[in-house]
Design a protein around this ligand. Structure first.
Ligand code: HEC
Length: 125
């Protein structure tokens, strides 16, 4: 029994380590579904509303100053994302929302459309 428990614990830790390794590595060659950034006023307004209710208490939209998470001013105009150092592409922001790099909660419960609206808004910062 003890051995079995040990094996289970070992298996889980190796699995976790593997997951962390994969999540933490910037791998630009990894296939990510292409995200086309919406620029219509309606999407941007919807994204702003979502940002204010779901992101603003951890992220400042008007600076690069870190509160709980990094400030997101000009996030999609930068070369790299602030924490993961992945290229600052809409695909990598989408990825952050679905499978966050580190301590951020996941927003995979939002619809794809809602996540795209948030990205449309981030694109205006
Ligand atoms: C509870 C606090 C919290 C909330 C809410 C939150 N974030 Fe974050 N965010 C973080 C932290 C902490 C990081 C640093 C990286 C990490 O932990 O994944 C981060 C990192 C990021 C990054 C940079 C990721 C990178 O690769 O460097 C982006 C972009 C981002 N958040 C966008 C958002 C958006 C958009 C929302 C709202 C839908 C949001 N965050 C909600 C805490 C939060």
């Amino acid at each position: 029994m003890r051995f079995l428990k040990l094996m289970v614990i070992l298996g889980v830790s190796v699995g976790l380590m593997y997951a962390c390794e994969r999540g933490g590595k910037a791998n630009p060659s990894e296939p990510v579904a292409k995200v086309s950034v919406k620029t219509d006023a309606q999407s941007i307004a919807k994204g702003k509303e979502l940002f204010e209710s779901k992101c603003a208490f951890c992220h400042d939209a008007d600076s690069t100053h870190t509160t709980v998470g990094p400030g997101l001013k000009g996030i999609l105009k930068r070369k790299k994302l602030p924490t993961s150092k992945r290229p600052a592409t809409p695909e990598n922001v989408m990825r952050q929302l679905v499978e966050p790099y580190k301590d951020m909660p996941s927003f995979s419960y939002l619809s794809k459309e809602e996540r795209e609206a948030i990205i449309a808004y981030l694109n205006t910062l």
